[in-house]
Design a protein around this ligand. Structure first.
Ligand code: AMX
Length: 433
């Protein structure tokens, strides 16, 4: 069977030609207009990025290379028949546009296990030298940067590699980094919560199961949850903060270690990836104040209290989505299948019933529905992954698969350095007065 890199190599020339043709045929056509509101409002609604790996529909949610999450749960190979998809299969899909066979996915699992088996010793030294209490996301970003001296792209660039060949060392860096992330994340986990007592990488496990295993959480169900979790958090088109930051920094030809570390710094924000941690803390707050089985009315009052104190309801709302996030729905289905009677799951379900109504009544949000982060925490809790300030690291491990796949394509397509125009209030008033 041809390996992932050979399949990708075959596909690059036709996509390069396709982009050239698009530029020639449509280069001067308009994709939309830019209003002052858009410029002030976080560029919302401006189509300003080319992003091949996924596309977000406001009503339907994310599609990866054209496939919805339920389709991928049916079509991508699992560790066992009918099981959750293996994230390696999604990596294959994002890079090539093809649904891989089980054989191809197994070969990719083995390749990643080989590439990821050793984490350089200095990474552990750097992490353990950080002050106690350093947030796991800070550690994660630092650890990623600490791998940067390994960059094959930085070395190739220094040697004068021509632009048409950039994608190759970018591919090598991206695969090496993706392969090492489960080990890095587990290192942070064991250092932070288990006094540095580490669990070795198991070469016979797939990439996601190895993550759970090295964290110290073993069992077929927790492996299945990790496979699903790591599949659905990969990519959410190009404009979200972590994807956009990775893309922006990569456009300066900073290598994947630099660019992914930048993406992680954005993911660490409470309005983005940190929301999964915030959701869990907020749920605990509820149980502390009103017990594990609150009534609808009590929950409604709690939601209002949160809003009235000037805070957002974590896990609800979205910049682009206008319906319940399908990443929420598939986690809900996982819970219905594996932990239907779990009190925390029941609480999350109650919030699903109550929060959208309250947000609608308040009348500010454009989307009152839950996003991916509203559900992930209770699943992790159920399987013993209790340390909520680690949750965004798990999100970040998955996000690498999406943003680095696109990073390889960005270099293969020769996309330029990103440089949008900005404007001052002065200039804006002069221009429009
Ligand atoms: N609770 C309370 N208020 C909310 C809200 C929520 N969940 N979501 C949006 N709002 C408020 C906004 O703060 C804004 O108020 P303002 O006019 O006073 O500034 C108003 O509603 C309009 O915002 P919007 O256009 O609906 O959303 P946005 O595009 O500005 O922001 C997001 C999107 C996700 C940051 C926002 O919905 C939010 O803060 N949600 C809670 C945090 C969260 O769950 N983030 C995770 C998102 C998914 C992810 O990236 N992982």
């Amino acid at each position: 069977v041809p390996d992932l890199k050979s399949v990708l190599r075959e596909k690059i020339p036709e996509q390069q030609e396709r982009l050239k043709a698009i530029k020639k045929q449509y280069g001067s056509k308009e994709l939309g207009k830019v209003t002052v509101d858009m410029t002030i409002g976080g560029m919302r609604g401006i189509t300003g990025l080319l992003w091949e790996t996924s596309l977000l529909d406001p009503e339907e949610g994310i599609r990866f290379r054209g496939y919805s999450i339920p389709e991928l749960q049916r079509m991508l190979p699992g560790a066992k028949p009918g099981g959750e998809p293996l994230p390696e299969g999604l990596l294959w899909l994002l890079l090539t546009g093809d649904i891989p066979s089980k054989e191809q996915v197994d070969a990719l699992s083995a390749e990643l296990a080989e590439r990821g088996k050793n984490i350089p010793a200095h990474v552990d030294t750097i992490l353990t030298d950080l002050p106690p209490g350093t947030h796991p996301m800070t550690q994660f970003s630092i650890a990623t940067l600490a791998l940067q001296p390994e960059s094959r792209f930085a070395q190739a660039y220094a040697k004068g590699t021509p632009k048409k060949d950039y994608w190759d060392p970018i591919y090598e860096d991206s695969m090496n980094l993706i392969a090492k992330l489960p080990g890095i994340a587990a290192l942070i986990y064991r250092n932070t919560y288990f006094g540095g007592n580490k669990i070795p990488h198991n070469p016979n496990l797939d990439w996601a199961a190895n993550l759970a295993h090295q964290m110290g959480h073993d069992g077929e169900e927790v492996y299945e949850l990790t496979r699903l979790y790591q599949t659905i958090h990969t990519d959410h088109e190009g404009g979200n903060v972590s994807a956009h930051a990775t893309h922006l920094v990569g456009s300066a030809l900073s290598d994947p270690y630099f660019s992914f570390s930048a993406g992680l710094n954005g993911l660490a924000g409470p309005l983005h990836g940190l929301a999964n941690q915030e959701v869990l803390r907020w749920l605990f707050d509820v149980t502390k104040k009103i017990g594990q089985e609150p009534t609808k009315e009590e929950v409604e009052q709690f939601v209002w209290d949160t809003l009235n104190s000037g805070r957002v309801i974590p896990g609800f709302g979205h910049a682009v989505l206008r319906k319940t996030d399908p990443r929420y729905t598939c986690q809900r289905e996982f819970a219905q299948k594996h932990l239907p009677d779990d009190p925390m799951f029941r609480l999350v379900s109650l919030f699903y019933e109550v929060v959208p109504g309250v947000l609608l009544k308040q009348g500010k949000v454009k989307n009152p529905w839950p996003n991916v982060d509203a559900h992930s925490g209770v699943l992790l809790q159920y399987y013993g992954i209790k340390e909520e300030n680690f949750y965004t690291v798990l999100f970040g491990v998955s996000r690498a698969i999406g943003v680095l796949s696109q990073g390889i394509w960005s270099r293969a397509l020769g996309l330029p350095i990103e440089r949008p125009k900005s404007i001052t209030m002065d200039a804006l008033e002069r221009k429009l007065a």
